[in-house]
Design a protein around this ligand. Structure first.
Ligand code: SF4
Length: 497
């Protein structure tokens, strides 16, 4: 076995998970990648390939399993090498780009990251330093003459013009000093990781996520913690933020929410969730719900957007990872005693559809009345993005935002607590309980990340003409259910006696 950079980085995150990946891949890879995770990988590949244009005319090492090709290219001092492969007795790594620096007779190393220069910068810088240190140590052991060590990532200030300017899109940041600061520690850690991962002895017992909230758990959690039920104290809302509380429960051998003691310190919202489960009881604050619904002005427009976040900006005015707003569904209720009327918009060309989207939105939305959404920060945020790129529509989009009401507030404010919501406020949890006749489970597209991915494939010409029409229909059906679901939930709340 050779320790790869990927496995080393997983090990740094969690020893047990890394061991399972190496020794029990059937368990590690048991769950298929989500559409979201898949899209991260695809964006990474796209960005890797694009960044090579910063150093044109390089040679791509095609065989990722062999080092022979790389050795030949190094011997001939090939000026630019993409994806060179290196192996020592214990370790294996693939670099993104090596560039021969003839002034110093060394190779400069470039690690490409499909991420922005702004968000979580210090955490990412730390991670990237460990990542490059691994490569540095492997190449050093092989006596490859190394110069500077760089990270290439997106410049979040970049705004695309008619042509993509990759010199402006990417930042090249010198990480040499950051890497040198951690390299001794990485050297020791690599050996420890190698020893653990090359051993057949499985790390014993529960893993450390036993004291972390559900959202921190990886896909192998239930394998390592078979005693933990699917709905457990780990699912208490925001319990992961208060590690000491969860640790206390686990130390007291309390896994079921039903067993949480009455006097155990919890926030009001956590206590309500626990009580609903323990008593198997629904809590409804009818007066608060009534007051909330009374703030809504007829006609009611139930509105939902679908978007795609393109890492590499595709159109004029877009920055890295800006959302392309490609679809909306709208149900308008003008008479409370009738069914709402449906309309929709979808843009399926590989062009900037901002103008068409905004025009359709303005045309189809009533000029007055409340606009009901679920998790309004998302739709409001997209309208702000659209207004920034299309200032001529700023006033209209601001008006839309000023009329928005978030139906999710009823559930996040706990005016309605149901044991089967399991502390969640996503519409995917609320709908099956309040309107069981409606279901996402029967749809071909069941969540937003799949909708994004489907749209991207449509505009990237991955599908045949027939498939494309079918996929467009799936997108319409999915988005339509989102807005009809909001109407159905609103109706249910409105009919509470
Ligand atoms: S659930 Fe957490 S601690 Fe357990 S294996 Fe996964 S990442 Fe590691």
């Amino acid at each position: 076995m050779k320790l790869t950079k990927t496995d080393y980085l997983i090990y740094r995150d969690c020893e047990k998970n890394a061991w399972l990946k190496v020794h029990k891949p059937d368990i590690y890879f048991d769950k298929p990648l989500s559409a979201f995770d898949q899209s991260i990988i695809e964006t990474g590949n796209e960005v890797d390939t694009l960044a090579r244009e910063l150093f044109p005319n390089g040679v791509l090492v095609s065989d990722r399993n062999e080092t022979e090709e790389t050795i030949k290219l190094l011997k001939s001092k090939t000026p630019v090498i993409y994806q060179p492969v290196f192996e020592t007795d214990l370790y294996k790594t693939i670099c993104d780009i090596l560039v021969w620096n003839k002034d110093f007779n060394v190779y400069d190393l470039y690690e490409v990251k499909a991420s922005n220069s702004g968000e979580d910068k210090s955490a990412k810088d730390k991670l990237y330093s460990y990542d490059i240190a691994f490569q540095y140590l492997v190449l050093k052991e092989l006596n490859i003459p190394l110069g500077k060590l760089f990270v290439i990532r997106f410049n979040n200030q970049y705004v695309r013009g008619a042509e993509l300017d990759i010199d402006q899109l990417f930042l090249k940041e010198d990480f040499t000093e950051k890497v040198m600061n951690v390299v001794d520690g990485v050297s020791l850690e690599m050996k420890t990781a190698y020893d653990l991962l090359s051993s057949n002895k499985e790390p014993f017992g529960s893993c450390k996520c036993i004291t972390r909230g559900r959202s921190s758990h990886c896909t192998t959690f239930s394998y390592s913690n078979p005693q933990v039920p699917d709905y457990s104290v780990h699912d208490i809302s925001r319990i992961g933020m208060s590690k000491s509380k969860l640790t206390e429960l686990i130390d007291s051998n309390i896994l079921l929410i039903e067993d949480v003691p009455e006097d155990f310190p919890l926030s009001e919202k956590q206590r309500n969730q626990v009580l609903a489960t323990q008593l198997d009881k629904i809590f409804i604050k009818k007066e608060e719900i009534k007051s909330f619904l009374n703030t809504m002005v007829m006609p009611l427009s139930f509105l939902d957007y679908e978007t795609f976040a393109a890492g590499v900006p595709r159109f004029v005015g877009f920055s890295p990872f800006n959302q392309i707003t490609f679809q909306f569904s709208l149900h308008v209720l003008s008479d409370k005693n009738k069914e709402p009327e449906h309309s929709e918009f979808i843009f399926t060309k590989n062009e900037n559809g901002d103008e068409e989207f905004i025009s359709a939105l303005i045309e189809k939305l009533p000029k007055s009345g409340s606009i009901i959404v679920w998790n309004k920060s998302f739709e409001m945020g997209r309208n702000k993005d659209l207004a920034k790129r299309n200032p001529e529509y700023k006033i209209a989009l601001e008006d839309i935002n000023s009329r928005m009401i978030d139906l999710m507030d009823i559930f996040s404010n706990q005016y309605f607590v149901h044991p089967k919501f399991k502390g969640k406020t996503s519409i995917k949890y609320i709908l099956p309980i309040l309107a069981p006749e409606l279901s996402y489970k029967v749809l071909d597209i069941q969540e937003g990340a799949s909708a994004s991915d489907t749209w991207n494939k449509i505009v990237s010409d991955v599908y045949s003409k027939e498939e494309k029409l079918e996929k467009i229909q799936h997108l319409k059906t999915y988005c339509k259910l989102d807005t009809y679901a909001m109407y159905a939930i609103w109706k249910h709340l409105n009919e509470l006696d």
